[in-house]
Design a protein around this ligand. Structure first.
Ligand SMILES: *[C@@H]1O[C@H](CO)[C@@H](O)[C@H](O)[C@H]1NC(C)=O
Ligand SMILES: *[C@@H]1O[C@H](CO)[C@@H](O)[C@H](O)[C@H]1NC(C)=O
Ligand SMILES: *[C@@H]1O[C@H](CO)[C@@H](O)[C@H](O)[C@H]1NC(C)=O
Ligand SMILES: *[C@@H]1O[C@H](CO)[C@@H](O)[C@H](O)[C@H]1NC(C)=O
Ligand SMILES: *[C@@H]1O[C@H](CO)[C@@H](O)[C@H](O)[C@H]1NC(C)=O
Ligand SMILES: *[C@@H]1O[C@H](CO)[C@@H](O)[C@H](O)[C@H]1NC(C)=O
Ligand SMILES: *[C@@H]1O[C@H](CO)[C@@H](O)[C@H](O)[C@H]1NC(C)=O
Ligand SMILES: *[C@@H]1O[C@H](CO)[C@@H](O)[C@H](O)[C@H]1NC(C)=O
Ligand SMILES: *[C@@H]1O[C@H](CO)[C@@H](O)[C@H](O)[C@H]1NC(C)=O
Length: 410
């Protein structure tokens, strides 16, 4: 029943392995899950592959494609009950696991999310991995399908997150199967609908909505640069990189736990350099102007993309994060540093001080205008409202006076 497409180390060619007797040329996973009455409750058939990038001990990076290191099991796959929705759980090789879960609404069900875990502690698949441990790539999908319809997506779907690229194609799924019979009504994904080979489809219920994958706010990290024993530069920020290539934007959140900082401090320039397994370097260069203010003058990045290519860009003519020397610059709201048309950095909960740091602490903050708005708006609205209330009260008092006057004359 189970065949798998396996990938050796790049360069040695494609190896196809079928784990079950029968159709040697088919590399699909297939699952027919039955309930306690032996009636089908969930049916799925699909093909997938993964590429994973990781850092090696000598600070170079490798991309591996998952290859056969064992059999496939479906332990943990469930039909679902009152507490838990249906779930497909697949284990393969040493420490690979893949799950998809489903939820149900009144007239639809959803492929809710997909989660892929791998263990970089496995030396065969990830030789010389710098950090060893289990890593997980979660993707929220929220693909809505009418109840009692079989979802079909023959087109290629690609999910990219951090160091993992997941490919899926020839997908057939039905959860919440009724009466133990997989439906003959097919519900096509958008990509299949627009492709020329369109099998006959029935469309009664709402069209499918593939919600855009929500990008969560990046976690803020604190980075510092030392000059001897003293901290000379401080930066606290949540960073989100937005790289646009071939009209497709990839949004990457920087994980502060795995990102390290170095740099240098001089009297008129300061450098903060961040690096991680995927970022070769991300440089923030600060400069002094008019001998009394600092600003972010330059950003220079070079990073590995999931497909293995290197993305590099620099701009040394920027003007962001301007504040007086001796203070820090702060901006809690999301702010964008536009480095080029193809690259921008969204910052969250930002605070930086590239010069005159004393005792390893931030000096007084100069806040960005975005943050000020949050205080100003309620004040303006409040002032406007109280003005309005006064006008209404006066109008009311005058109105009553007039009518009293009217009655008195009667
Ligand atoms: C994974 O599958 C996709 C879609 O079929 C294919 O384009 C890609 O080459 C595959 N990856 C590898 C490493 O073979
Ligand atoms: C790093 O290690 C890989 C193999 O693990 C090797 O191919 C590469 O040449 C090494 N690079 C350096 C700079 O030593
Ligand atoms: C399934 O997983 C559970 C716990 O995760 C384990 O106890 C059980 O042995 C597994 N069953 C099989 C058949 O691998
Ligand atoms: C689906 O799986 C994700 C990741 O494993 C989990 O966070 C989420 O709570 C699950 N949803 C449901 C409805 O079980
Ligand atoms: C399931 O069976 C019930 C009773 O036999 C029937 O009313 C219902 O239409 C069936 N549903 C489907 C989807 O076949
Ligand atoms: C990423 O950049 C593109 C192109 O500049 C833009 O359309 C998109 O809104 C940006 N996304 C985020 C999350 O900043
Ligand atoms: C970073 O580490 C902290 C503490 O160990 C943890 O709570 C947080 O989830 C981690 N963040 C990420 C993005 O892994
Ligand atoms: C990687 O992807 C980018 C766009 O997404 C493309 O420009 C580049 O050529 C790709 N590199 C490789 C080696 O496939
Ligand atoms: C960006 O960094 C690279 C490597 O350090 C350097 O060669 C290049 O000159 C820098 N670009 C700019 C504009 O500073």
């Amino acid at each position: 029943m189970v065949c798998f497409r396996l990938f050796p180390v790049p360069g040695s060619g494609l190896v196809l392995v079928c784990l079950v007797l029968g159709a040697v040329q088919s590399y699909a996973l297939e699952l027919n899950l039955t309930d306690s009455e032996k009636a089908t409750c969930l049916y799925a058939k699909w093909q997938m592959n993964f590429t994973v990038r990781y850092e090696t001990t000598n600070k170079t990076y490798k991309t591996v494609t998952i290859s056969d290191r064992g059999t496939v099991t479906y332990n943990g796959s469930i039909c679902g009950d009152d507490q838990n929705g249906p779930k497909i759980a697949v284990q393969f090789g040493p420490g690979f696991s893949w799950t998809a879960n489903f939820t149900k609404a009144a007239s639809t069900y959803s492929i809710d999310s997909i989660s892929f875990s791998y263990n970089t502690g496995d030396n065969t698949t990830f030789p010389d991995a710098e950090d060893k441990g289990i890593l997980t790539a979660d993707e929220l999908l929220a693909i809505k399908i009418p109840l009692n319809d079989l979802f079909r997506c023959n087109s290629l779907s690609t999910l990219e997150k951090n160091d993992v690229v997941q490919h899926y194609w020839d997908v057939l799924v039905q959860a919440f199967v009724q009466n133990g019979t997989v439906s003959t009504n097919e519900f096509l994904c958008d990509k299949d609908k627009t492709s020329t080979v369109a099998p006959t489809v029935h469309t009664t219920v709402p069209s499918p909505t593939t919600a855009p994958i929500p990008k969560e706010k990046p976690e803020a990290g604190t980075y510092s640069v030392n000059n001897g024993n003293d901290t000379c530069l401080l930066a606290t920020m949540g960073l989100q990189l937005n790289i646009t290539q071939d009209k497709v934007a990839s949004v990457i959140n920087i994980n502060p736990n795995t990102t390290h900082s170095t740099g240098s401090c001089r009297s008129h320039t300061a450098l903060l350099r961040l690096h991680s397994s995927t970022i070769k370097y991300l440089d923030f260069v600060f400069a002094v102007k008019n001998e009394n203010r600092f600003y972010l003058k330059e950003v220079n990045i070079s990073m590995y993309l999931v497909n293995g290519s290197v993305f590099s860009i620099a701009n040394n003519n920027l003007s962001y994060w301007d504040a007086p020397l001796g203070s820090s610059y702060m901006c809690n709201k999301e702010q964008t540093v536009s480095v080029s048309g193809a690259f921008q950095i969204n910052t969250f909960d930002l605070r930086v001080q590239p010069f005159n740091v004393t005792q390893g602490k931030y000096s007084t903050a100069q806040e960005c205008s975005l943050d000020d708005d949050t205080i100003l708006i309620p004040i303006i609205v409040g002032a406007g409202l109280s003005g309005l209330i006064i006008v209404i009260v006066i109008a009311y008092v005058i109105g009553r006076r007039k009518s009293y006057a009217g009655y008195q004359t009667l």
